[in-house]
Design a protein. Structure first.
Ligand code: PMP
Length: 357
């Protein structure tokens, strides 16, 4: 063994050595339906506005560490109840990490359900926090009894629930979530990454529960490249979390472009509405071919008889979706496809039809 790999092995924490890095597949020249991105470009007038704003941007300076105007737009446009504030993150992934760092006292646990967003578990490992994953029921609803029992036993400092859930797409029962918030001794974070495509939200309930925070991202709304997420909640929580936020975590350009886009929020909402309509068409088409699960997000999960073969076959046909097979026992032979443009969805259905027949 070389001396470098010896030092790596002896210095790096064993749980990191054992971890596989989050894999982002090469998507050059592919129809990209794997990452829940908005498939639409901005209208030309908005691209022009963004271009001139970027041209004038003071990129020689550090960004505004606390961009009041951007935060005010978020507070007003995103339906935050009065008295609630926002904390900005470099994507919501960063906020998950910040929350875990904040509550990770010795022995503290982070609890989530499974299958759900893999970063909850990954980040618990990154920060050296105990992770508890409670299996969902067979229909991917919450197993309330098991979840409440785990909360009682483990006393988690932090609970993450993805609402709607990734990768299954469903919204959990609101009553079940209320019971979980009420039974939790720690913070409960409702991760509403897919809020733009969902029929419900916990944002209006922030004022009802002192241990609730709502996290959202603009990634799925058409700003994945900007990396901007936010945490909404009461000042008492946010002022503590602020201490952990690295001073300039959101750059000059993301701040500036996000502000421009939020000034044109209706453009993005129209795109989200189109995606919702197309999701229903795609659902019907998939439902005629395979087992597909209802979704309140901008993706659909479906099951085939050999997911890995179908995934590889679609890839050969120039189409990248997500193979969930192997990620969790409940996801055996499951695949996840992002709702693209009608043309992309049409090509996907055609390719899938050929692949499974
Ligand atoms: N939460 C959920 C449930 C997600 O699916 C994702 C992205 N796939 C994120 C958070 C992270 O989003 P981002 O870091 O782009 O804001």
């Amino acid at each position: 063994m070389s001396s470098v790999s010896q030092s790596v092995k002896s210095l790096i924490r064993p749980e990191l050595l054992a971890l596989r890095a989050y894999h982002v597949p090469d998507s050059a020249d592919m129809i990209k339906l794997d990452a829940m991105e908005n498939p639409y470009h901005l209208p030309q007038f908005l691209r022009d506005e963004v271009a001139s704003a970027v041209a004038a941007a003071p990129i020689n300076r550090y960004p505004d560490p606390d961009p009041y105007a951007l935060k005010e737009k978020i507070r007003l446009l995103l339906g935050l109840p009065g008295g609630m504030d926002v904390l900005l993150g470099n994507g919501s992934d960063e906020l998950i990490q910040l929350l875990a760092l904040a509550v990770n006292k010795p022995g503290a646990a982070l609890l989530s359900v499974e299958p759900s967003f893999v970063m909850y578990r990954m980040i618990a490992i990154f920060v050296g926090m105990r992770y508890v994953g409670v299996p969902l029921a067979a229909d991917f609803s919450l197993d309330l009894k098991a979840t409440l029992a785990a909360i009682h036993k483990e006393q988690p400092a932090l609970v993450f629930l993805s609402y709607p859930n990734n990768p299954t797409g469903n919204l959990f029962s609101k009553d079940d979530i209320r019971r979980i918030i009420e039974a939790s001794p720690g913070l409960v974070v409702l991760d509403e990454a897919y809020y733009a495509f969902a029929s419900d939200s916990f944002m209006p309930h922030l004022t009802n529960y002192p241990n609730l925070l709502v996290m959202r991202t603009f990634s799925k709304l058409g700003m994945a490249g900007l990396r901007l997420g936010f945490l909404a909640g009461s000042e008492a929580w946010l002022e503590q979390l602020e201490k952990l936020r690295l001073p300039y975590n959101v750059g000059v350009l993301p701040q500036l472009v996000a502000e421009k886009l939020l000034d044109n929020h209706s453009v993005l909402l129209q795109q989200a509405d189109q995606i919702k309509v197309d999701r229903e068409t795609l659902y019907r088409q998939l439902n005629a071919m395979v087992q597909v699960y209802p979704s309140e997000a901008n993706f659909l999960m479906f099951k085939v008889s050999d997911a890995t073969r179908v995934f590889e076959d679609l890839k050969r046909r120039g189409m990248l979706i997500k193979n969930l097979n192997g990620g969790h026992p409940m996801l055996t032979d499951c695949l996840r496809v992002t709702v693209g443009t009608p043309a992309e969805c049409g090509k996907f259905i055609e390719a899938l039809q050929e692949s499974i027949s």
